[in-house]
Design a protein around this ligand. Structure first.
Ligand code: MEV
Length: 311
């Protein structure tokens, strides 16, 4: 019988602290109920990868995994990727891929499933994609739930699973795929930090304050979730990661008493990817999206990290 394994990993949203996290400030992430799966099967032929567009990234990931695990060969594999996570929109599709393929190899090679090791290797794969990521995206995809995450140094990251008392009901609106990659957006913020360090530090510090308020909200304190979202969005706008088009969409949501923010790297030129939307009356948002013909979907927060799937 040929060996076959299938593992899935979740996408994510960032409630607070994206970009600031690259500079050592904390962020809060949640895994969502949209997943990506990787299936590995032994075949008699050469490396067979589907879908074909994923080939360069899969090949690179396999090389990283083989180097890190100190294994050779493994050239006769069939690798299949299947995703419910829109690509390049801030929902952590590449992190979910990095985690799922690494965990699938651990399963395929019958290695003990060390969450820590899988996450470390997934981070190496992520670096190829994004340059200098914080490692938050792969960590939430590996561990799942809600995390408070902080990158102290390149080799030292601290995070804690949050025992959430409230699960805010949010919607996501896809404002469209940004023209820029995550790596380019990180680079844009770096230029801003280098040019105006004091201004950037002020924004990051305010963002840290908001992240703490999100933490208090999630642990059951009475704070206005919508207000936190709005303040967070304003800070991201000041950082220069939200396009005029997306700002307009967010203003419209605010004009019907809702709150919205981008989630993830954002985008400045045209679209900014996924927007988190909150309203005390979800029907108002459903009507708004319907009338504007917008791509709206509801997501569950706090979902499981990577897991085995039936082949
Ligand atoms: C991307 O999902 C989040 C950023 O903060 C980058 C990172 O954490 O690596 C923009």
């Amino acid at each position: 019988m040929t060996r076959k394994v299938k593992v899935s990993a979740p996408g994510k949203v960032i409630l607070s602290g994206e970009h600031a996290v690259v500079y050592g400030y904390p962020e809060i992430l949640s895994a969502i109920d949209r997943r990506l799966s990787v299936e590995i099967e032994e075949t008699g032929s050469d490396l067979d990868i589907q879908p074909i567009e994923s080939r360069p990234f899969v090949e690179y990931a396999v090389e990283v995994i083989k180097t890190k695990l100190n294994v050779s060969g493994l050239n006769n594999l069939k690798i299949r990727t299947n995703s419910q996570i829109p690509l390049g929109c801030g929902l952590g599709s590449s992190a979910a891929f990095s985690v799922a393929i690494t965990a699938a190899f651990f399963g395929f090679l019958n290695l003990p499933r060390s969450l820590k090791k899988i996450n470390e290797i997934a981070y190496e794969i992520e670096k190829k994609q994004h340059g200098t990521p914080s490692g938050g995206d792969n960590t939430i995809s590996a561990y799942g739930g809600f995390l408070l995450y902080r990158k102290e140094t390149e080799s030292f990251k601290v995070f804690s699973s949050l025992k959430t008392k409230v699960f805010p009901q949010i919607f996501l609106i896809n404002s469209g795929k940004p023209e820029e990659s995550t790596g380019e957006m990180i680079k844009g913020v770096k230029d801003f930090v280098l040019k105006t360090p004091q201004e950037a530090e002020k924004i990051f510090k305010e963002m840290e304050q908001i992240t703490r308020n999100f933490l208090r909200f999630l642990s059951g304190e009475e704070l206005n979730f919508g207000d936190l979202i709005t303040i967070n969005e304003r800070l991201l706008e000041q950082l220069g990661v939200v396009s005029s088009k997306t700002k307009l969409l967010i203003q419209k949501i605010e004009s019907i008493s809702g709150s919205a923010k981008i989630s993830g790297a954002g985008g400045l030129k045209d679209n900014s990817g996924i927007v988190i939307v909150y309203h005390e009356d979800p029907k108002v948002i459903e009507k708004f999206a319907h009338e504007g013909n917008l791509d709206l979907f509801r997501v569950k927060l706090g979902e499981r990290g990577f897991k085995n799937e039936k082949c």
